[in-house]
Design a binder for this molecule. Structure first.
Ligand code: 4NP
Length: 149
């Protein structure tokens, strides 16, 4: 799960997909990172923590890190929150870039539409709830695509 700061959106996405993968018995290792270096070592944004907890998900222990090119090899799938993150993941990956592994997370809900998860950084708590709902629905679709018989 990748966004710009690894402080608002991708920590929520990590917590949501981790919880759903555990509930589905998939046992995935889910992680998140930011393309920027502004918040390395910090815990998620307090409002992301609050909204996650209100939905039964504890992301308080997560720590921000920056995306590195090795992530392309380590992870099977990389979900980005917006098209800027997509371009940055491509740039940071350099020669390791593997287009087939990287996807806009909202393509799970709106295939082909190139929709972005809106950045709530300058927003209000309502914006964080909207992000949670979008990611919750997208992660349901992702889990479904791996559990359909
Ligand atoms: P995120 O939001 O990419 O969802 O974590 C942001 C967090 C911090 C900044 C921008 C976006 N920032 O400019 O510091």
């Amino acid at each position: 799960m990748v966004c710009l700061g690894n402080i608002c959106r991708s920590p929520l996405a990590e917590g949501i997909l981790q919880a759903k993968s555990e509930a589905a018995g998939l046992g995935w290792i889910v992680d998140s990172a930011g393309t920027g270096n502004y918040h390395i070592g910090e815990n998620p944004h307090p409002t992301s923590q609050k909204v996650a907890l209100a939905n039964g998900i504890d992301i308080r222990k997560q720590r921000c890190r920056q995306f590195v090119s090795e992530d392309i090899d380590v992870f099977d799938r990389i979900y980005v929150m917006d098209t800027d993150n997509y371009q940055e993941v491509k740039r940071i990956s350099g020669s390791k870039w593997k287009e087939e592994k990287v996807e806009l997370i909202l393509s799970a809900l709106y295939p082909g539409e190139k929709r972005n998860v809106p950045d709530p950084w300058y927003g209000t708590e309502k914006d964080f709830h909207l992000v949670f709902e979008l990611l919750n629905r997208a992660c349901d679709k992702i889990i479904q695509s791996y559990t359909k018989t």
